[in-house]
Design a protein around this ligand. Structure first.
Ligand SMILES: Nc1ncnc2c1ncn2[C@@H]1O[C@H](COP(=O)(O)OP(=O)(O)O)[C@@H](O)[C@H]1O
Ligand SMILES: [Mg+2]
Length: 258
């Protein structure tokens, strides 16, 4: 695989965790992604902003195998070409995605939701022999430490607030041992308090995982303090710190100044 010259990238630096190269996706001739190239380093927290229709969700669809690119390549963790793999295989490689609407099992307890996620990540063999019960409990306890909600563990997930359901769903991705987390508008519909708590959660997760967070809430994006990529018409319009992109004239024209 030939990588393009990366400005500011020294030889011998670690491989990118995710590398999109010239990805194009067309719907009836309309280019939702237009030769999109993007590199996410291992352990990086990246925020993605951009106007509605910029292609942010389509980008996540391509990474997770939901949509196949017409052109381009999507490399994960070395040489896995995600554009050739199906959704289940990609999930098993350690890529977890949170959609905008929470998708927890409302009729199960909070604990049972996490248990299902952790079980799904264990080998059937080990689960059948009952060898991992104690280990699984420890894992779930650690998940509760990360996402909170410990005091709600025996309530039905359906009784949680919108924000709490989002945290539970993030916990389920962690339970499946996702190493690259894709969060699509995680704080949409959250209260200010929940939004602040979500920023703290994401910053905790970022200490151990790679995260790509799509969000419109600029205060939230600023609080994450991460590198920002601005998507527009299916490709990268600008990239840099929040201060840099907010001062970028093109970004102001197409997005911030609306
Ligand atoms: N399955 C689809 N069929 C047709 N058009 C689509 C489909 N998915 C997305 N699009 C179009 O692609 C463009 C990018 O959409 P999307 O990725 O959802 O943008 P964003 O998440 O940045 O708001 C939009 O114009 C949208 O209407
Ligand atoms: Mg979207």
């Amino acid at each position: 695989m030939v990588r393009p010259e990366m400005p500011g990238r020294l030889p011998g630096e670690p491989d990118p965790h995710l590398y999109l190269s010239g990805v194009t996706v067309s719907f009836d001739g309309f280019r939702a992604l237009n030769s999109l190239s993007l590199i996410i380093e291992k352990g990086e927290l990246r925020t993605i902003i951009g106007p509605n229709g910029a292609g942010k969700t389509t980008m996540m669809d391509v990474i997770t195998g939901k949509t196949r690119p017409d052109q381009g390549e999507v490399f994960y963790d070395g040489d896995h070409d995600l554009s050739k793999l199906d959704e289940a295989t990609i999930a098993n490689l350690g890529i977890g995605r949170k959609f905008q609407r929470p998708t927890v099992f409302e009729n199960l307890t909070v604990y049972e939701n996490l248990e299902l996620a952790v079980k799904a990540d264990r080998s059937t063999f080990a689960t059948l022999r009952g060898l991992v019960t104690g280990e699984m409990r420890d894992t779930i306890d650690r998940l509760f430490e990360t996402i909170g909600l410990s005091d709600r563990r025996h309530e039905l997930a359906g009784a949680l607030s919108h924000g709490q359901k989002q945290w539970l769903e993030i916990g389920m991705l962690l339970g499946q041992d996702a190493q690259l987390l894709l969060l699509d508008e995680p704080v949409a519909g959250m209260t200010d308090h929940e939004t602040a708590a979500t920023a703290e959660l994401i910053l905790r997760l970022a200490q151990e995982r790679t995260l790509v967070v799509v969000e419109h809430d600029m205060e939230f994006v600023r609080n994450l303090g991460a590198k920002v990529t601005v998507l527009h018409e299916g490709s990268v319009l600008a990239e840099g710190s929040i201060d840099q992109v907010q001062a970028n004239q093109r970004v102001i024209e197409v997005y911030l100044g609306r």
